[in-house]
Design a protein around this ligand. Structure first.
Ligand SMILES: NC(=O)c1ccc[n+]([C@@H]2O[C@H](COP(=O)([O-])OP(=O)(O)OC[C@H]3O[C@@H](n4cnc5c(N)ncnc54)[C@H](O)[C@@H]3O)[C@@H](O)[C@H]2O)c1
Length: 367
């Protein structure tokens, strides 16, 4: 299979004429006369549930390899789309991986035990998925002829930093096993960089916003849910900085990175964030949006915390080198979440374990 080096100039021209927000089904990227094929591991998660429709809308053929830990009904009416292949499988299963990487051009790796508390429930399980399965997945992708592999790491790899702008050059100081294994995977991928195999690491900030596979265990999403459901937010500490990015902006970045000229991204690492606010300000944003939209008062209570994690990431590199600029703010994510809660799209928001990774992981006792 010929290496995919980014969109042809004709296609790039079509993309820019259409504009990023106006992509339509029917615009098909082609490699050797065929649609671009993308494998998304963990594509049935919070991020994947918004990303996969965007990829399909761009005309890709998409394969999802996922255990569907948080439910099977993620893609709604797209289920059954001829360009979407859903594979229920485990990235630790060599045979499943072998099959999943067959005939794909690009691999986007999201599958993961994706937060600290879930990881700590069973550290051996977390390591087996987040670290042990990684090198074999990269090797299988490369051997099968994929020409691009994008690894979604995390900005938590920096740990606590006093640096005013934490750039990609900052030394890593992961404070938890989840972050440590993210950091350890990065060089394993980048060592495999070659002209035929473009490697790229993205370190996203905490994501916020509505997804059909909703997570309410993420900072801004929790604050919004508590403001809406309880009329009260409890802030632990409050001074800690938390960088955020809107879910749809991040998914747009992933789509653009799939298409980006190889020489701009090969072997590189980019942070992906937007606003960096102290948790106390995040709570104020949740309060003011909920009060404005619903006209009911929201209280904020502050209690001490022993969680020191505070970090502030710089996303200048991805904006300056690749032109990827966020367009949506935290306020937009909060407003959309409030609408989704009001419309009944997130029923039993405080009670249902599906929205809280650690609660669901406790219930299913995955091995
Ligand atoms: N959400 C955030 O704020 C955020 C921030 C930074 C980085 N990330 C990273 O982005 C990626 C996606 O995050 P998310 O919020 O969508 O998480 P998520 O937990 O919603 O999704 C992870 C998906 O991986 C699947 N999965 C888990 N173990 C698997 C296995 N062994 N084999 C196959 N599939 C498996 C799960 O079923 C789930 O659908 C993760 O790698 C996460 O670390 C997320």
């Amino acid at each position: 299979m010929q290496a995919y080096a980014g969109p042809s100039s004709e296609h790039a021209q079509q993309l820019s004429e259409l504009g990023q927000s106006d992509l339509r089904r029917g615009l098909i990227l082609r490699v050797n006369g065929e649609e671009l094929r993308v494998l998304v591991t963990g594509g049935a998660g919070y991020v994947g549930a918004v990303l996969i429709p965007q990829l399909l809308a761009r005309g890709y053929r998409v394969r999802v390899l996922d255990l569907y830990l948080y439910g099977r009904e993620v893609f709604g009416e797209l289920q059954g789309d001829p360009n979407l292949e859903e594979v229920v499988g485990d990235i630790r299963d060599a045979a499943a991986v072998q099959k999943a990487v067959e005939d794909v051009d690009v691999v986007l790796h999201l599958a993961c035990i994706s937060n600290d508390p879930s990881f700590e429930l069973n550290p051996d399980l977390g390591k087996s998925i987040n670290f042990d399965a990684f090198a074999p997945l990269v090797a299988a992708s490369k051997a099968a002829g994929a020409s691009r592999f994008i690894f979604v790491s995390s900005s938590s790899v920096y740990g606590v930093s006093d640096a005013p702008h934490v750039t990609e050059e900052e030394p890593l100081n992961p404070l938890t096993d989840y972050s440590k294994y993210k950091a350890m995977c990065e060089p394993i991928l980048l060592e495999q960089q070659s002209p035929d195999f473009t490697t790229l690491v993205i370190r996203p900030a905490t994501v916020c916003g509505y997804s059909p596979r909703q997570r309410l265990d993420l900072t801004m999403n929790i604050l919004t849910t508590h403001a809406h459901e309880r009329g009260k937010i409890t802030v632990f500490g409050g001074k800690q900085l938390r960088p955020h990015i809107h879910l749809r902006d991040l998914c747009r970045f992933y789509c653009e990175l799939i298409e980006m000229d190889a020489e701009k991204i090969a072997g590189k690492i980019f942070n992906a964030g937007y606003q960096n606010n102290p948790v106390s300000e995040l709570a104020e944003i949740a309060r003011s949006v909920v009060e404005q939209k619903l006209g009911k008062p929201v209280g904020i209570e502050t209690t001490p915390t022993n969680d020191p994690r505070s970090y502030h990431i710089s996303s200048e590199k991805i904006q300056e080198e690749l032109g990827l600029c966020p367009e949506l703010k935290i306020e937009d994510a909060v407003a959309e979440l409030v609408d989704a809660l009001e419309e009944g799209k997130i029923p039993n928001a405080l009670e249902d374990d599906r929205y809280y990774n650690v609660r669901l992981m406790k219930r299913i006792s995955l091995r």
